[in-house]
Ligand binder design. Structure first.
Ligand code: NAP
Length: 213
C-alpha cells in the first residue's frame, strides 16, 4: 500500500482525508474518493475509519478492527489510496479536529487538506468539536446522491456565513448504495455482490458480520 512520500522541499501536496464509520465500506465510498481525487487533484486519499464515532451508540457500531480491515481490503488496488489507523487506535472519541490536526502537523510533508465525507454528516457541523478551527484547517468535500436537498445547508449559512466557500458538494450517483442497505441485506440473507469489493464481501461472510442486522 502507498505511503505519503512527498518531501516538504518538493512543495505542498493535496491530501484528501476520507472520514467515515465504514460499517461496511462500499462502492459508493470508493467512487466518491476516486472522483474527489480527480476533481481536486489530490495526491493521496487517506481513509480514516472512525474509532469511536462521537455521535453514535458504541454498541451499534462494529468493532473498529473489522472496519479497518475491510477498508484496507477495499482500497488495496489503488496506489493513491491509503488507510490510517489514527482513529481506530485511539481510546477517545474520534473528533475530526484531532484527526485533521494530526495530518496537518506532520514533519514529512506540507499539505492542503480536504476532508471528504457524507453531506448528511457535514450538515451537523455546528455540533462538531472546534468547528471554526476545523474550517480554517481544511476544505470540506461533501458527497451527496443526486436529488439531495440543499435546504439545510442554506440554513447553516445563516449561522456560519461564508461556510460555502469551504464546502464543495460532489454529486455521486453510486451513493445510492449505503452501509445501512448492505447491513439490512445481509441480515435478510440477500446477496451483496457488486455493492462492495469482493474481498470485503468475503470478509463479511467469513466473520459472520451483520447477520443480526
Ligand atoms: P454518518 O452519520 O454515519 O453518515 C451520514 C451519511 O453520510 C450517511 O448517509 C453515510 O452513508 C454518509 N457517509 C459517511 N461517510 C461517508 C463518506 N466518507 N463518503 C460518502 N458518504 C459517507 O457519518 P459518520 O460515518 O459517522 O461520520 C462521517 C465523518 O464525520 C467521520 O469521519 C466522523 O468522525 C466525522 N464526524 C465528526 C464529528 C466531530 O468531530 N464531532 C461528529 C460527527 C461526525 P454510509 O452509512 O453509507 O457511509
Amino acid at each position: 500500500m502507498a505511503t505519503i512520500i512527498r518531501n516538504r522541499k518538493a512543495g505542498k501536496i493535496n491530501l484528501g482525508l476520507m472520514g467515515g464509520t465504514f460499517d461496511p465500506i462500499h462502492l459508493g465510498h470508493l467512487v466518491s474518493a476516486e472522483e474527489a481525487r480527480q476533481q481536486f487533484d489530490l495526491d493521496y486519499v487517506v481513509f480514516v475509519p472512525a474509532g469511536i464515532p462521537p455521535h453514535k451508540e458504541r454498541s451499534k457500531v462494529s468493532d473498529p478492527e473489522h472496519r479497518y480491515l475491510m477498508t484496507t481490503l477495499a482500497v488495496m488496488s489503488n496506489p493513491a489510496f491509503i488507510v490510517s489507523r489514527f482513529e481506530v487506535d485511539r481510546e477517545v472519541p474520534s473528533y475530526t479536529i484531532d484527526t485533521v490536526r494530526h495530518f496537518a502537523e506532520q514533519e514529512a510533508y506540507e499539505a492542503n487538506i480536504y476532508f471528504i465525507t457524507g453531506a448528511d454528516a457535514i450538515l451537523e457541523i455546528l455540533t462538531w468539536k472546534d468547528y471554526t478551527a476545523l474550517l480554517d484547517l481544511c476544505t470540506f468535500i461533501a458527497v451527496t446522491r443526486p436529488g439531495y436537498s440543499l435546504e439545510r445547508l442554506e440554513e447553516i449559512q445563516k449561522s456560519l456565513p461564508g461556510i460555502m466557500n469551504k464546502v464543495h458538494l460532489l454529486e455521486i450517483p453510486a451513493l445510492a448504495i449505503s452501509s445501512t442497505y448492505i447491513r439490512e441485506r445481509v441480515a435478510l440473507g440477500k446477496t451483496i455482490k457488486y455493492l462492495t469489493p469482493e474481498p470485503v464481501e468475503q470478509y463479511i461472510k467469513k466473520q459472520r458480520l451483520y447477520i443480526n442486522g
